[in-house]
Write a protein that binds this ligand. Structure first.
Ligand SMILES: *Cc1c(COP(=O)(O)O)cnc(C)c1O
Length: 434
């Protein structure tokens, strides 16, 4: 029953980080579509990175990659700080057990409420300000007395090898390096807040060691220059991150050990000159991406004009990234059959979800074993930018269930949205009968 068109890239090639039998069991227990995050894999990955990185580099988890409370708590339990970008993320981090000193708040459009929450006792290690106007607004808040601020710089130097680069371009993020160089008056005029350092984040999905090291060296150099010119201390320097996870056939994995070694050398040279500086690196995708599997159940298998389709119970409403990250050409995330996991991939299918849009394609022309209705499929490396970065309300399907596996045991860490959950915030207004 092979379809006519030739298979696309990534045909059926992916390993599971979790035991497929366990994932199938969890799908049975909690239903599908389901996200399974393998906390044991996550823990090993974090500990590996922690061992590779100089202990003087603090690892902060960028919560937007996967804001699940228990995922955050697990990372916290391993020693990670948290980088948050909304009031809810800040409260999530607190509930996950993160102390103020291991929290930074970042984002281009913080509200007054968010800024206030960063201040005072139970606040944050630092607010990362993204414009001079925001710096002035924060400084004007009575609550801001003594609040520590890190300046996010949009550096002049460019980065290469990132799938979404930030440096050297006009951006809504951070303050242009050129502007900051001329901002001594604005910085000196501050009444309440205290500038303690510099932050830069140069792009996401970086898969080559040279780019990581180039960026790190660049950020440290810019931080040093700016601190000198502005007369601000370097108590904290956030060197960014953006380490990637390979999804597509033409991508090779980042050598984390080599990247860490390059970062360590740059940081060690810097710390020789600034021994007291706290160095932070922020990582989202790299920490959680590998650990997640999006589990779908095939509902129908049908043929259309020579092509075979698997219509599954979940789709891009939970996994928008599967449409293709920043590319016009559809590229496939790794996908595999869970029932049975080891059968040879002899067939070619396009896997789609329940949405009424032709874009709801999870995988286009992938090789899989024969799929029958009721079979389970797993989209792997899906632990980052999953449901929270997807249109979960489209067609009112709601948020999928999420399970976190710890010590081989699956725990439900988010329940599936019910019809009531989805309708509760809505109001029916009285309308006169005509
Ligand atoms: C999104 C973001 C991150 C995390 O990016 P990843 O590529 O997932 O590691 C870190 N820092 C900033 C400023 C971000 O906006």
């Amino acid at each position: 029953m092979t379809g006519r068109p030739e298979p696309a890239d990534n045909a059926g090639a992916s390993e599971f980080v979790s035991d497929p039998a366990l994932v199938a069991d969890l799908a049975q227990r909690y239903g599908t579509p389901l996200y399974v995050y393998d906390g044991d894999h996550l823990r090993r990955r974090y500990e590996r990175l922690r061992a590779d990185l100089d202990p003087r580099v603090d690892i902060f988890y960028s919560m937007k990659a996967n804001p699940n409370l228990s995922v955050c708590a697990l990372l916290r339990s391993l020693g990670a700080g948290l980088e948050v970008s909304s009031l809810t993320e800040l409260v999530t981090a607190r509930r996950a057990g993160v102390d103020a000193d291991d929290l930074i708040f970042l984002g281009p459009g913080k509200s007054d409420d968010e800024l206030r929450a960063c201040c005072a006792g139970g606040g944050t290690h630092a607010v990362v300000v993204e414009s001079l106007a925001e710096l002035a607004a924060l400084d004007a808040l009575p609550e801001a007395a003594g609040t520590r601020v890190v300046l996010r710089v949009n550096p002049e130097f460019e980065t290469h090898g990132s799938r979404l680069s930030m440096g050297g371009k006009p951006r809504q993020f951070g303050i242009d390096e050129e502007i900051l160089r001329g901002a001594k008056a604005a910085v000196t005029a501050l009444n309440r807040v205290r500038i303690i350092g510099v932050h830069a984040y140069l792009g996401t999905r970086i898969l080559d060691v040279e780019t990581v090291v180039h960026n790190t060296r660049g950020v440290l150099r810019v931080a040093e220059d700016l601190a000198g010119e502005l007369g601000v201390p370097l108590e904290t320097v956030d060197i960014g991150g953006g380490w990637g996870v390979p999804y597509f056939d033409n991508e090779t994995d980042l050598d984390g050990t080599a990247a860490a070694a390059g970062v360590n050398r740059a940081v060690a040279e810097f710390l020789d000159r600034y021994p007291g500086t706290r160095i932070i690196t922020e990582l989202g995708r790299y920490l959680v991406g590998w650990s997640g599997t999006y589990v779908l159940r095939a509902r129908y298998v049908k043929q259309s004009r020579g092509e075979w389709f698997v219509v599954a119970d979940g789709g891009t409403n939970h996994h928008m990234a599967a449409v293709g990250i920043g590319s016009f050409v559809k590229r496939n995330f790794p996908i595999r059959s869970l029932t049975p996991p080891d059968a040879p991939a002899t067939e070619v299918y396009t896997v789609t979800g329940p949405l009424c849009t032709p874009n709801d394609v999870i995988a286009k022309r992938v090789r899989l074993p024969e799929v029958r209705p009721g079979d389970l499929l797993g989209v792997t490396r899906s632990g980052a930018y999953g449901p929270s970065a997807s249109p979960v309300l489209f067609l009112s399907h709601g948020h999928p269930a999420e399970v976190l596996v710890v010590d081989g045991v699956g725990h439900l860490v988010r329940s599936r949205d019910t019809v009531d959950d989805l309708l509760r915030p809505q109001r029916l207004i009285p309308l006169a009968a005509s």
